[in-house]
Design a protein around this ligand. Structure first.
Ligand SMILES: NC(=O)c1ccc[n+]([C@@H]2O[C@H](COP(=O)([O-])OP(=O)(O)OC[C@H]3O[C@@H](n4cnc5c(N)ncnc54)[C@H](OP(=O)(O)O)[C@@H]3O)[C@@H](O)[C@H]2O)c1
Length: 333
């Protein structure tokens, strides 16, 4: 799929961008352009990934002219650039709109103008029935990507735009596990919301596998959502405490504004156009203005209720411990 291809990753220096770059370098990809704003992160990545198939482009998705230049001759774009911290987006909503919404529109217009064959955007559970600014901007990001399939001209039938949607990647910066580990290592109290809250479990490897599956199987206009297990926040806390053999004091804090008790990856209304394969759920709305092929030959989903983290199989504390060790997220001597 990637042989001889030129790929651009917006936000290529981020957690997902770096992991994706690493996996893509194992293929016969021709070149990967890393597109982001901060030169320090690019210099650091350059020294970590010494590879002559990588190109580092400074640019901002808010700048369409820069994107048009950056996308010359590109076959595939992965859109990972975003302002992604819920409180940051809440405090700076105009900025979140500029990057997550206007930036996405700029990118799509540049992809259409430069005849990029495939564009794939990284979405989030927060976009499902959004409760906060971040989620609402990411919902628009998804909608813009899906609509781009109608914007392409009739001559460009092979051009497709797709999305993936998943929750917090296990161990990603600022998420539950690294926060708990840091609090324990710093000898601070550990803070936890309601232990009965649940979260879907997805590792970085699983997130990249999903991106690859979507590129391979997606026909345009679809959102791919992986079938996942979940865990209780309290079980994850206990797993980390036991692995680090810690008796640290625990403080219960309230659920953050805009935070959901259980994660939802597909809401009730979306079930009307949800299909499924062994690995994924696939959302595909039939749109009047899009005459491209539809997922008709896929199986309609068996889900009867919204796809949320309290309705799937739970991973118990002992299994969580194994995952944490395998993923190198907790250092056990
Ligand atoms: N991490 C998760 O658990 C998770 C879960 C679901 C979905 N997602 C989504 O996955 C994507 C990647 O997440 P991540 O964890 O890899 O994020 P991350 O580590 O924060 O990386 C974000 C990347 O975007 C770049 N960026 C930010 N603003 C930009 C702009 N205006 N123009 C160009 N580049 C910009 C950043 O580099 P500079 O600051 O140098 O520009 C960085 O390379 C995001 O879209 C996020 O919403 C993440």
């Amino acid at each position: 799929m990637f042989e001889g291809k030129k790929i651009l990753i917006t936000g290529g220096t981020g957690s997902l961008g770096r992991a994706l770059t690493k996996r893509l370098l194992e293929t016969d990809v021709d070149t990967i352009r890393i597109f982001s704003r901060d030169e320090l992160k690019q210099v650091q990545m350059q020294s970590d990934y010494d590879n002559n198939r990588l190109r580092y482009l400074i640019g901002d998705v808010r700048d369409k002219i820069r994107l048009l230049r950056a996308l010359e001759d590109i076959d595939i774009v992965v859109h990972a650039a975003a302002l992604k911290h819920v409180p940051v987006a809440e405090y700076n909503p105009f900025e979140a709109v500029k990057t997550n919404v206007n930036g996405t529109q700029n990118l799509l217009e540049a992809c259409l103008d430069q005849n990029v064959n495939l564009g794939l955007a990284i979405g989030t559970d927060k976009a499902v029935s959004p409760l906060n600014t971040y989620g609402a901007t990411k919902l628009l990001m998804e909608r813009l990507f899906i609509s781009a399939n109608s914007y392409r001209g009739k001559r460009r039938k092979d051009q497709k735009f797709l999305c993936v949607r998943y929750g917090n990647v296990l161990g990603s910066r600022g998420s539950l596990v690294p926060t708990l580990v840091k609090q324990i290592q710093d000898g601070k109290k550990i803070t936890i919301t309601d232990p009965e809250m649940t979260r879907f479990n997805i590792t970085m490897k699983e997130a990249i596998d999903l991106v690859f599956r979507t590129m391979e199987k997606g026909i345009g206009g679809q959102v791919f959502i992986p079938k996942l297990k979940a865990y209780k926040v309290g079980d994850m806390k206990d797993a980390v405490l036991e692995l680090l053999d810690s008796k640290t004091e625990i403080e219960t804090i309230s659920v953050r504004p805009g935070e959901k008790y259980h994660e939802v990856l597909i809401n009730q209304d979306e079930l009307r156009y949800t299909y499924e394969t062994d690995n994924d759920y696939i959302l595909h709305e039939k749109r009047k203005d899009d005459d491209s092929i539809h997922s008709n030959n896929l199986k309609k989903t068996n889900l009867k209720d919204q796809y949320s983290s309290d309705k799937v199989d739970l991973i118990n504390k002992d299994e969580l411990k194994k995952i944490l060790v395998n993923e190198n997220l907790v250092n056990v001597e």
